[in-house]
Ligand binder design. Structure first.
Ligand code: ACM
Length: 558
């Protein structure tokens, strides 16, 4: 027993020593396994170092070269092909694809004879390995960067690790979308969900329907304060913009180099106010001209739904055709959320359509829209994702369900053998408050999601696991709805450090989850990166936890 304790103690000491001296122990998200290599395996890179990579990986080699230059000032060269061992071995970084690795997105990073090797299953895995290497390297300018001998084996727990961004309520320029993608890359996410259309602005060029952007991308004003304040107030500034198809292609290329898939969302048949402002004939009130929405929270308050008629279905087919041709993603998101039924109930033509198609009611009409678009997309070899409302009718497709109204939609979907992405609004809505200090966290969507709540989230509900359906939970995603996020400063404040916590939840999984150790690594290794990137973050994150609040509430009672 004594021996065992002593061994344990030595182990702890060793671990503590490693944690201090080998930066590999500070990596976030935490790798599956790290062991230290001693002595000769210590290695340094300098301006003489070479990045070797197969020809198919030249874009990733250039990416690594650039990141190292930005981070350390070192100017490495890149070379195609593999390293040839000579007597005087030049320090090198070697990037390779190794198909025999057993997991998707897996990589191994190890030092060996004056070199650091990243062997990866695929491009995404290679980019993850590059992130771990960058996290081991210093964040200040240097002539020689030391790498302690190390052996890392790593792969993700979940196949889907996503971040969403709403660019309708507030728009962010292409350069910033790229920076956002860099955040995903750094944190080993693999999916960017780009919410491109909504009531307050249509943000993607569609060549067949130019008014979507000449009219639908612009609103006359924006609500000030909460949309439910009385009296409601507006500014008088025209607001808008859109991404051209060329810009979209540029973003897709940028993401592809970084192993990130982009899922575009065209939200139908609700959230379509910008569409019907552009083309009133697609609404239940074709003779009424309506503006692009200038306030938030349109559900049941103002008409924003598409009418089921020939013009609308031609519109949907054409738009989704263009979108499917543009984005290489297998999955296209068609929204489907918060579709108010009252406008369909009030419209005789819609009622006649429901009768003619033998639909039971407006809920089945909503599903009819979803199934029509699913049909168009399936014919183009794509699959659909939608918010959990699309489960409400008879969904006869292989759609992936994004569970946002808590987890119940996801649990139900998994029972019906639909694949699920969890994004419950009580944990994954990063547009909600992360502190209870109204001086720090001003105007937000109500709800409180501090850092430990995100870190401790498990995307597989117990009920789903108990039913043996865990494999239907593909992963999770955090959403950034931008009603109250008008600029980059605010966006980053909402994002960090919660996104960093989610990355570990999704990558490292339940085994060895340790919030205290996570906080240590966050401080040692990640906050310096936020600073390196000139990115804002919530500075008081440590003061706000679910646990502290429970304690606070208890103390208050006594
Ligand atoms: C949503 O938050 N309406 C998906």
């Amino acid at each position: 027993m004594k021996k065992l304790l002593s061994l344990l103690f030595t182990g702890l000491l060793l671990f503590a020593a490693n944690a201090q001296t080998n930066p590999a122990y500070n990596i976030v998200p935490k790798p599956v396994s790290i062991t230290e290599k001693k002595g000769a395996e210590n290695f340094q890179i300098d301006n003489q170092s070479i990045i070797y990579a197969d020809a198919t990986l030249s874009a990733q080699a250039a990416y690594l070269q650039e990141q190292i230059a930005v981070q350390t000032g070192l100017q490495l060269t890149t070379k195609k092909g593999q390293r040839i061992f000579t007597k005087a071995i030049t320090p090198a970084i070697v990037l390779r694809l190794v198909d025999s690795l057993p997991h998707a997105e897996m990589y191994k990073l190890y030092t060996y004879l004056n070199g650091v090797y990243i062997d990866a299953k695929d491009v995404a895995g290679l980019v993850h390995g590059i992130q771990s290497l960058l996290q081991i390297l210093p964040t200040e300018k240097t002539e020689k960067a030391f790498i302690k001998g190390v052996n890392i084996t790593d792969y993700p727990r979940f196949a889907y690790r996503g971040m969403h961004l709403d660019v309708s309520r507030h728009m962010f320029p292409v350069a910033y979308i790229k920076k956002y993608i860099d955040y995903l890359t750094f944190h080993k996410f693999n999916t960017f969900h780009w919410h491109l259309t909504d009531d307050q602005g249509w943000r993607i060029e569609i060549k067949s329907y130019p008014k979507l952007t000449s009219v639908g991308a612009w609103r006359k004003a924006t609500v000030i304060g909460h949309f439910f304040d009385t009296p409601i107030r507006y500014d008088s500034t025209r607001y808008g913009g859109f991404y051209t198809q060329e810009e979209v292609k540029e973003v897709i290329r940028y993401a592809a180099v970084r192993g990130i898939n982009i899922i575009p969302e065209i939200d139908i048949p609700g959230h379509c106010r910008a569409v019907i402002a552009s083309y009133p004939e697609l609404s239940t009130t074709p003779d009424t001209t309506r503006d692009v929405a200038i306030t938030w929270g349109m559900f049941n308050r103002q008409n924003n739904v598409l009418a089921p008629n020939d013009k609308t279905f031609t519109f949907l087919k054409t738009v989704f055709d263009e979108v499917a041709d543009l984005f290489p993603s297998k999955y296209i998101h068609l929204g489907g959320d918060e579709c108010s039924k009252m406008w369909w109930k009030a419209d005789p033509k819609t009622q006649a359509f429901i009768k003619q198609k033998n639909l039971k009611d407006e809920v089945e009409l909503q599903t009819y829209f979803i199934n029509q678009v699913t049909g168009y997309l399936t014919a183009k070899g794509k699959s659909v994702i939608g918010w959990d409302e699309i489960l409400e009718g008879k969904l006869d497709s292989s759609a992936i369900i994004m569970s946002w109204r808590g987890e119940k939609g996801g649990i139900k979907a998994a029972k019906q053998k639909h694949y699920v992405v969890m994004t419950p609004d009580n944990v994954c809505y990063f547009n909600k408050y992360q502190t209870k200090d109204k001086n720090v966290d001003k105007l937000k969507i109500p709800g409180y999601i501090p850092l430990d709540m995100v870190y401790n989230y498990n995307p597989v509900p117990k009920e789903t696991a108990d039913a043996g359906l865990s494999n239907y939970i593909l992963g999770a995603q955090a959403n950034l709805w931008t009603e109250y996020i008008p600029d980059v400063q605010q966006l980053e404040y909402m994002l960090f450090p919660r996104m960093t916590a989610l990355s570990e939840t999704l990558w490292s999984g339940e085994n060895g989850k340790d919030f205290t150790d996570f906080k240590r690594r966050l401080k040692a290794n990640i906050i310096p990166r936020y600073n390196l990137w000139n990115s804002n973050y919530c500075k008081v994150w440590e003061e706000w936890t679910v646990k502290n609040d429970e304690q606070g509430a208890k103390n208050a009672k006594h």
